[in-house]
Design a protein around this ligand. Structure first.
Ligand SMILES: CC(C)(COP(=O)(O)OP(=O)(O)OC[C@H]1O[C@@H](n2cnc3c(N)ncnc32)[C@H](O)[C@@H]1OP(=O)(O)O)[C@@H](O)C(=O)NCCC(=O)NCCS
Length: 171
């Protein structure tokens, strides 16, 4: 199912451009304060693949996020083949620049900045500045001031996903 602007959102403060498009919105969760600019496409998987976005994330214009990808080696036309689905996690206070593509299975840690036109695949630690296709770490963002650290709970190293795990388990 595809429709505009019907993702599950938090308590409030989410702004979504009327030209943004959500596919499988029942598997998309946006935290409070998320801003989705014009032309963005959030494409969750048809069966399982979810897109989880932390609080105050900012999507520049024409960002594409997909939690699904067609298989292509099963000896049939691509569109007759199954899809592989993997959750996408986008952390709190992440800024995705204009025209970014985020591929299935990616995890972008809290506080990351993603350069315009980047293609993101893989896991990136909190407060990274990443850019390019494929996106690589090109810098580090200064972590937030001390009184915000406790709120964000992302500074300590952890093998677990650091992006809105509470949302993921209830999503
Ligand atoms: C990612 C960004 C914030 C980085 O800004 P910055 O910290 O000043 O980084 P720099 O310009 O010093 O670039 C650092 C390196 O990353 C590279 N880089 C930066 N942005 C890039 C991009 N979008 N794609 C590819 N590489 C990029 C630079 O070429 C540079 O590489 P080098 O060290 O080999 O020369 C900025 O380049 C950007 O893309 N901003 C998004 C703007 C936008 O989309 N605005 C509208 C949306 S609201």
């Amino acid at each position: 199912m595809s429709r505009r602007c019907a993702a599950s959102t938090g308590a409030g403060g989410v702004t979504i451009s009327p030209t943004a498009w959500f596919s499988e919105p029942e598997r998309i969760r946006l935290g409070d304060g998320v801003h989705v600019n014009g032309g963005c496409i959030l494409w969750a998987g048809p069966s399982t693949g979810s897109i989880i976005v932390g609080e105050n994330a900012l999507f520049g214009p024409n960002v594409m996020v997909t939690a699904a990808s067609y298989r292509f080696n099963d000896g049939q036309p691509v569109t007759d083949q199954d899809m592989e689905e993997h959750d996408v996690l986008i952390g709190r206070d992440v800024w995705l620049g204009s025209g970014v593509t985020v591929l299935a299975g990616s995890e972008i840690g809290d506080g990351c900045v993603v350069g315009a036109g980047s293609v993101v695949r893989g896991r990136f630690p909190p407060f990274s500045i990443i850019a390019g296709a494929p996106a690589r770490v090109v810098g580090q963002r200064r972590p937030p001031w001390p009184q915000k650290l406790a709120d964000l709970k992302v500074i300590e190293d952890s093998p677990e996903p650091r992006v809105a795990p509470d949302e993921r388990s209830t999503g």
